[in-house]
Design a binder for this molecule. Structure first.
Ligand SMILES: [Zn+2]
Length: 272
């Protein structure tokens, strides 16, 4: 594992990296393969140029609060396509990266992180991207950024972290979508693993039928917590229909798109 300061003027002690790595469990497997580089703002913007994220401060995402009820397994692709197109108009909030993952390297800009109390959170977020880096993954950036924040929060949190998330764009705030049910580290690690393999919908399909059965038989089985996640799953018609569509046609893409939309919808609905 290499840690190198390319051109940052801020000194980051190696100990801060080490203390963060000590918090890791399953994510620890990716650390030895990675190189870590400290860079200044200018270099950061060259490696990972500023991007536009979903703005939840205006009214744009509010359209998600009243999604079409006329969705079924036949028209799901078209309905999702229309919602998605509308959503792209909400991608207006420009943000510069504090850190980014790219080709087995994690670039960190200490000038932008500012506090040692944010550093572990930012670093773990990037480790999740490294963990999910796989040829098999099929999910998009809303899923990726929201779950990366969720996993990082499960490992490390304080008031400064919550403040940081509060200023982030909607796909990052989507972490709370995951955390309302997956408040345990070992459960979200399963989701992460199946996202990496690109078989989350197959996994859900397999367990959907066994769950109720296990629930009655053995209440200490951790799988029972999955049931909590199936509440929104049942009630979010878009997600449930895309799952039925997968069962009918074997096409799993709509499920991932629906999940991204449902995550953004959750953010829009949680707004005060
Ligand atoms: Zn990220």
């Amino acid at each position: 594992m290499k840690i190198e300061n390319i051109d940052s003027k801020v000194v980051v002690r190696r100990e801060l990296f080490e203390k963060t790595f000590q918090r890791l469990t399953y994510l620890g497997s990716v650390v030895p393969k990675l190189s870590f580089y400290l860079v200044n703002e200018e270099t950061m913007d060259k490696i990972c140029p500023p991007r536009k994220g979903y703005d939840d401060e205006g009214e744009c995402l509010d359209s998600l609060k009243n999604l079409s009820e006329k969705v079924n397994s036949e028209n799901i692709d078209k309905v999702l396509g229309e919602i998605w197109e509308g959503l792209q108009r909400c991608k207006t909030k420009v943000y510069s990266a504090l850190a980014c993952y790219c080709n087995n390297s994690i670039y960190i800009c200490p000038e932008r992180i500012k506090s040692d109390r944010l550093f572990p959170f930012v670093l773990i977020h990037e480790l999740v991207h490294a963990y999910l880096d796989s040829k098999n993954k099929v999910h998009g950036e809303v899923i990726e950024e929201s779950i990366a924040n969720a996993v990082a929060l499960l490992h490390y949190r304080n008031s400064e972290v919550f403040e940081l998330i509060n200023g982030q764009t909607a796909e990052y705030k989507g972490c709370y979508f995951w955390l309302r049910s997956f408040h345990r580290n070992y459960l979200i690690s399963h989701i992460l693993d199946h996202l990496r393999r690109g078989d989350l919908v197959e996994f859900i399909d397999k367990y959907y039928y066994y769950l109720a059965y296990y629930l009655d038989l053995d209440i200490v089985r951790p799988w029972r917590y999955f049931w909590l996640w199936f509440y929104p799953f049942d009630f979010e018609k878009l997600l449930y229909t895309s799952y039925l569509h997968y069962r009918d046609k074997g096409n799993k893409q709509p499920f991932y798109k629906a999940l991204e939309i449902v995550i953004l919808k959750y953010v829009a609905e949680s707004k005060k």
